[in-house]
Design a protein around this ligand. Structure first.
Ligand SMILES: *[C@@H]1O[C@H](CO)[C@@H](O)[C@H](O)[C@H]1NC(C)=O
Ligand SMILES: *[C@@H]1O[C@H](CO)[C@@H](O)[C@H](O)[C@H]1NC(C)=O
Ligand SMILES: *[C@@H]1O[C@H](CO)[C@@H](O)[C@H](O)[C@H]1NC(C)=O
Ligand SMILES: *[C@@H]1O[C@H](CO)[C@@H](O)[C@H](O)[C@H]1NC(C)=O
Ligand SMILES: *[C@@H]1O[C@H](CO)[C@@H](O)[C@H](O)[C@H]1NC(C)=O
Length: 948
């Protein structure tokens, strides 16, 4: 489940967005100009262009009427001639006084839609053309080649226009261009191909091709170094690397801004640099694959204002090398190795940075020691990011004097002590704070009114309780709130849902928060992740916010039935396990086309699962298209309920299903033969404690990823198909290629483990697996579990020899059946098996001596069979506990560890006797219960009892 696989669309657009700020380099004035002598042919051309626009949400063309086209908004005419010389229709939006263009992977909020009419060619004197941010491309619509005919153009901005296919090489005809912007978002479908036509654009001062895949342009360095006037070169996310041979003489001598972030640059050896170190002001090399030592030559870049190297693996970064960086505004080093005491690092920075530095990001750089109390001497810092280091000690009170601070990330360190109002006293600009995962107490008076209004408020595992932190009450602009595991034992205050109604990410999990959920959360229109797990919340499942992707209310006290329709059509993860929900599972589940994880385990659900056929009522109500029957479900976890009916039919539409856990329910009937065909990815099939009958379908063998098959405590009959010996995933020991269905990606603004994306991995709801006679919860280790458990069924016949091929097995349990024949001779090949249980069958013959080859064995039970002869010895067998109980009830067995001597006549006698006693000992419930009474949650009486 990749982060972008089928998350809701909103999430995708939030993340793949590339923001292009355009103020510094563009001085194009929007609006009218010129002498008002509009030329009729040019006016007609503009009107044809307007006719090609199908949607104009920002009303850029609203003023395009009347005769004088020179007065139309965005049109500029020459003073003398009256020709149209400029067309500025950028779909920008404004943040404070800067304009931004966003490259969205979906439809831009304010961009025009439509096509660029070739009638524009009539504007023969056009010098300036800016259509950026408008969606005048689209699938099958490449950038029009006629754009290469505007010979007078000096400025061309076509950023974020969503074109498809190739870049027209005709752009190389625009030899007067000084400014060219073709940036797009990174997952675009543009194929720039060979861009060697750039060499004809020798006057370029500004070039932005961010997001275009230039991988095939191997000689890109030679190409751009020919552009000797370049001041700004932006090639972020272009798949580029710096060549590994020293760069020949470069004509570029005035480059000021270079952005090569998110590429494949793997070295910053100065021999490969093509820029002049003295002119460069901004160097962006973040998110590449740079390893090796920090080059001392960087120290000669005395004009540097911006240096971003985050997301690389550079070693030996020392602040002394930056002692000439007097203009430094922005220093980003996250994920590289500093390995220095923080005080030492800060002292190494030149004094002049105390006023210049605005952004300092040293996250995950292995800085140690305490946060120096004189940190406030960097009085202009707006962003201080020290996440995921080894900082210890107290958070100095002086932080509270940094009046310009808007971002403060101290999460994932070893800080301790308490944080009081004084720490925040003057932080009027504070917007984003993350103190998560330290050992701090937040001791703020409930009546304190903060001077700030937070956007991100992240305090995971910071102790704030036992009372709910009332000082948060005024923080109604919070977008990300995490107060999980904060030691809160209190009622959810009645203002909670209204104050935090704007959240996108809300995590209050792992407290003891009580209260009833409101009937609807639909007013939380931004909410994408709500994690309320492990609290004491009560009430029904509310109506959910429209764009919600992840909901976890597991381990609370929700009750009542699930609503017939509960909103949130884009849900990807719905986790309501360990509650008191009753009633049936509504057919609305079928409409959740993006649902990947559905966990309703440990509730009181009854009845049959919905069929999810085309005509379900909920679907008709929602007017969904009837052919969209495929679902994305990859994990369906329903154990410990009272569900009934046959094996769920709707799973035929769930090609992605990896984990199916239906244990401890009342499902009946045969296992369907379509399992293999319809669920090709199934890896974990857990059906224990149900009423399934019939035989084991041989088709299961086709499940190439099946690693755990648990059919225990059912009514399965027939014999064990020898073909099961072909289960591929149980043959391979290596588990790395299997995805763990329990690893969920939660969107989070900060990522303590992997700074490369906005996600952190959460191992959630552990999964029940029975091994070694114990029910164990597996979480991250689930991928290492490989097992077959057919215990307590009515299986007869022999154990097929082929089982010995399943060398990846760790758990093998065929106990409590009617199996006959011998233990397969080659069982010793199963060298990873840790738990082997063949007890309570009618297996006869000798125990194969290969048993002693099972080097991993730590639990063995062969009791109550008809085994005979000498017990093999050696290796692991000697280490198993309670040898008597392993072999008890096999009256022909002899030799150590039993006291029965192999030569004496009584051995034969006991063997005969056991055969007679067999029927009395066999399937008596008492014996079964005795054998398993150390199981945690097994039924107290009989099969399939739902014991909670
Ligand atoms: C056109 O006239 C305006 C206002 O008179 C002036 O600011 C501008 O520089 C002139 N432009 C050209 C290209 O002459
Ligand atoms: C525009 O923003 C810049 C900094 O981003 C600031 O220096 C300038 O004063 C602002 N201008 C106005 C008119 O607000
Ligand atoms: C970029 O293009 C190259 C071939 O030109 C291709 O192999 C590669 O997969 C592309 N990269 C992306 C991210 O599309
Ligand atoms: C830095 O510049 C000085 C003088 O221009 C030069 O002598 C020195 O070698 C340069 N250092 C590096 C590491 O390139
Ligand atoms: C972190 O830095 C310390 C020195 O401050 C060093 O001993 C340690 O090896 C570093 N750890 C890593 C993982 O680099």
């Amino acid at each position: 489940m990749g982060p972008s696989s089928s998350c809701c669309l909103v999430l995708i657009t939030m993340i793949t967005v590339a923001m292009i700020t355009a103020t510094s380099y563009v001085h194009a004035q929007r609006g009218s100009g010129g002498g008002g002598k509009c030329i009729a042919a040019e006016r007609a051309a503009l009107l044809s262009f307007k006719a090609g626009i199908t949607s104009d949400p920002a009303k850029l063309l609203k003023s395009w009427r009347g005769d004088d086209c020179c007065s139309w908004s965005g049109v500029r005419c020459g003073n003398e001639t009256g020709h149209v010389v400029g067309l500025d229709l950028r779909a920008a939006f404004f943040l404070s006084n800067e304009t931004f263009v966003w490259c969205f992977s979906g439809v831009a909020p304010n961009g025009m839609l439509g096509e660029i009419s070739s009638s524009l060619l009539a504007l023969k004197h056009l010098k300036h053309l800016d259509l950026s941010g408008n969606y005048l491309g689209g699938v099958g619509l490449p950038m029009p080649s006629f754009l290469g005919s505007f010979k007078s153009l000096t400025y061309l901005n076509l950023a974020c226009m969503n074109f498809d296919g190739r870049l027209p090489p005709q752009l190389g005809n625009l030899s007067r261009l000084q400014h060219l912007n073709l940036a797009t978002y990174q997952e675009n479908t543009m194929r720039p191909g060979d861009v060697s036509w750039l060499r004809h654009l020798g006057l370029l001062r500004f070039l932005d091709m961010s997001g275009l895949n230039l991988t095939s342009n191997g000689d890109w360095v030679r190409l751009v170094t020919g552009l000797s006037y370049l001041k700004v070169l932006q090639l972020g996310g272009c798949g580029l690397s710096l060549p590994h041979e020293p760069t020949a003489h470069s004509n570029i001598s005035s480059l000021e801004i270079l952005d090569l972030s998110s590429n494949r640059v793997d070295t910053i050896n100065p021999a490969y640099w093509f820029w002049d170190v003295r002119t460069i002001r901004e160097l962006q090399l973040g998110r590449n694959q740079i390893t090796g030592p920090f080059p001392a030559a960087i120290g000669n870049m005395t004009s540097l204002e911006v240096l971003t190297l985050g997301g690389n693996y550079i070693s030996g970064v020392k602040s002394e090398m930056m002692k000439n960086f007097c203009n430094l505004r922005w220093l980003e080093l996250w994920s590289n190795e500093i390995n220095q005491d923080m005080a030492e690092f800060m002292e190494g920075l030149p004094r002049c940075t105390k006023s210049s530095l605005h952004i300092l990001d040293l996250s995950a750089t292995n800085i140690t020691g305490g946060i120096p109390s004189w940190i406030n001497h960097w009085s202009n810092l707006r962003s201080l990011q020290l996440s995921a280091n080894k900082l210890e000690g107290l958070i100095p009170l002086e932080i509270g004097k940094m009046t310009n601070l808007s971002t403060l990330y101290l999460d994932n360190n070893q800080l301790n002590g308490s944080v009081s109002e004084e720490h925040f006293a003057s932080l009027a600009s504070l917007e984003d704070i993350d103190l998560s995962y330290n050992s701090i107490h937040i001791t703020i008076n409930s009546d304190w009114v903060p001077p700030f209004s937070l956007y991100q408020a992240l305090f995971a595992r910071s102790k704030m309780g036992p009372h709910f932190p009332l000082w948060l009450k005024g923080q109604s602009n919070v977008y990300f709130l995490d107060i999980s595991d904060a030691g809160i034992t209190d009622n959810l205050p009645d203002w909670f849902w209204t104050v935090f109604s704007k959240v996108q990410y809300l995590n209050i999990s792992c407290n003891q928060i009580s209260g009833t959920l409101p009937a609807t959360l639909e007013f939380m229109t931004s909410a994408m992740t709500l994690d309320l797990n492990s609290n004491r919340l009560t009430g029904l499942l509310p109506q959910l916010p429209q764009y919600l992707g992840t909901l976890d209310i597991s381990n609370n006290s929700l009750s009542g039935p699930l609503p017939l329709i509960f909103g949130a059509p884009m849900l990807t993860q719905l986790v309501l396990s360990i509650n008191k929900i009753n009633g049936t599972i509504p057919s609305y589940i079928c409409e959740l086309k993006y649902l990947e994880v559905l966990d309703l385990s440990d509730n009181f659900l009854v009845g049959k699962l919905p069929r999810c056929s085309n005509g379900s009522e909920a679907k008709q109500e929602l007017n969904m298209s009837p052919d969209s029957t495929q679902m994305q479900l990859s994990a369906l976890i329903l154990y410990n309920n009272d569900l009934s009916g046959k094996f769920p039919e709707f799973l035929q539409h769930c090609q992605e299903l990896t984990l199916l856990h239906l244990a401890h329910n009342k499902f009946v009937g045969e296992l369907p033969i379509w399992i293999a065909e319809k669920l090709p990815r199934l890896s974990y099939l857990q059906l224990r404690y149900n009423l399934f009958s019939g035989s084991i379908p041989v088709q299961l063998t086709k499940l190439e990823n099946l690693r755990y098959l648990d059919l225990a405590y059912n009514r399965i009959s027939g014999s064990i198909p020898p073909i099961l010996g072909g289960l591929k995933a149980m043959i391979q020991g290596n588990s790395t290629k299997y995805t763990n269905p329990l690893v969920w990606n939660y969107y989070r603004p900060r990522n303590p483990n992997d700074f490369n994306d906005g996600y952190y991995v959460k191992y959630h709801n552990s999964l029940l697996v029975v091994v070694k006679g114990q029910e164990l919860y597996y979480t991250s280790t689930l991928i290492y579990m490989v097992g077959l458990d057919f215990s307590c069924n009515n299986l007869g016949g022999d154990i097929p020899e082929e089982i010995a091929s399943l060398v990846g097995l760790k758990n093998l349990n065929f106990s409590h059946n009617h199996l006959t024949g011998n233990i397969p001779e080659k069982i010793g090949l199963l060298r990873y098996v840790e738990s082997l249980d063949l007890s309570f069958n009618m297996i006869s013959g000798e125990i194969p001596s290969s048993l002693s080859d099972m080097a991993s064995l730590s639990y063995l039970n062969l009791s109550f069979n008809n085994l005979s002869g000498r017990i093999p010895s050696g290796n692991q067998l000697q280490t198993l506990g309670d040898p008597e109980s392993i072999y008890i009830g096999n009256y022909y067995l002899c030799g150590p560890p039993l006291s029965r001597n192999c030569s004496g006549p009584e051995a034969i006698f006991w063997g005969e006797l056991s055969r007679c006693l067999r029927t009395e000992l066999k399937p008596s419930t008492d014996v079964i219960i005795k054998d398993i009474d150390h199981f945690d949650r097994e039924p107290a009486n009989g099969l399939n009892a739902h014991n909670r």
